[in-house]
Ligand binder design. Structure first.
Ligand SMILES: [Zn+2]
Length: 337
């Protein structure tokens, strides 16, 4: 009897805003990951990463019900089981890889534990590795406040040091030192503007065999909340930029991420908005179809209610003459085990 064909599964992890989605977008367009099944797990109820990744072949799957390492425990294994049967019954095209992008706060250990509990997942999938992104510019400050970053580095089979193009040389060197101390076995690749090709990644990805027990209970930041601010109407680019810059300054140290899709006055293309924890505001045209996009922003905060920031942002925008701003949904606290 021929041995079972196992599908390799790559876990892509890394803190909020460290460039996971940008790298993944690149890789799924390259031959090595052609036809890969992409599973995205994000904080907040609006799947912006899923949209960002969209334009490929098979629509990425969105893993809902919260963070896969704690809140949505079990969902990731059942999704892999469903995908296996869907492929077997030819309801979906064949896939040669599974690429799983975790939330920025995820501890990879408990996710692997969950996968190992499913007999079908053990038989049919093979964990090929854990790739962790670490931001060369802001990672060193963030690591002190967020223990999950250390867990993500400890679990890594390979670390991608991102934003090396905008980080100072001494920060890149200090980041390397930290990574080497925390995880001396993981090769480190430098990424500048997501310039690491899938081929380069796979060339240095170590064999993952036998490293499945790395966990313990999920180590996870508490008191993180998310809120979605619906922005159905067109906004002024200048007003949006200044409201976001102001909000990011007010929430210094508490704002983890703002991410979303908006419409701008006088612009045909929808725009992707991102604000990182260090307060960089990026507003760029979306290069994907946004027919059914829920226009608005997902806010992720630690230690302060995201809903309050959504309300402040909404009122700052309406002071600037914009009307009918959606009130947004309830703040949803992330309550890990
Ligand atoms: Zn989690």
């Amino acid at each position: 009897m021929a041995p079972l064909r196992k599908t390799p599964l790559l876990l892509l992890t890394g803190f909020l805003g460290t460039g996971k989605t940008t790298l993944l977008r690149r890789w799924i367009r390259e031959p090595e990951f052609h036809g890969a099944m992409v599973i995205v797990n994000e904080l907040g109820e609006v799947g912006i990463d899923q949209q960002l990744l969209g334009a490929g072949a098979e629509q990425p799957r969105l893993l809902e019900n919260g963070c896969a390492c704690c809140e949505g425990a079990g969902d990731v294994a059942s999704m892999l089981e469903d995908l296996f049967y869907d492929r077997l019954h030819r309801n979906i095209p064949d896939f040669s890889w599974v690429l799983l992008e975790t939330t920025g706060l995820a501890d990879p250990g408990p996710i692997l534990d969950l996968l190992a509990e499913s007999e079908l997942v053990r038989e049919r999938y093979d964990v090929a590795g854990i790739v962790t992104t670490f931001d060369a510019r802001s990672g060193l400050q963030q690591v002190e406040a967020y223990p999950e970053i250390l867990r993500q580095l400890q679990s890594a089979s390979l670390v991608l040091l991102t934003r090396c193009d905008v980080a100072a040389e001494r920060d890149v060197a200090a980041a390397r030192q930290l990574i080497e101390r925390v995880n001396p076995f993981a090769p480190i690749l430098h990424s500048a503007g997501a310039n690491v090709a899938a081929q380069d990644l796979l060339a240095v990805l170590p064999d993952f065999g036998g490293r499945l027990s790395i966990s313990g209970p999920a180590q996870h930041t508490r008191d993180v909340t998310t809120a979605f601010l619906a922005l159905p109407d067109s906004l002024s680019m200048a007003a949006l930029r200044s409201a976001l810059t102001q909000a990011a300054q007010m929430q210094r140290g508490e704002l983890l991420r703002v991410k979303g899709v908006v419409r701008l006055i006088g612009q045909d293309a929808a725009h992707v908005v991102q604000v990182t924890a260090v307060g960089d505001v990026q507003i760029e045209p979306a290069d994907f179809g946004t027919g059914a996009a829920p226009f608005g922003l997902t806010l992720i905060l630690k230690g302060a209610p995201a809903q309050a920031m959504a309300e402040t942002l909404a009122s700052n925008l309406s002071f600037r003459g914009l009307k009918r701003l959606g009130a947004g949904s309830e703040s949803s606290p992330l309550t890990p085990i």
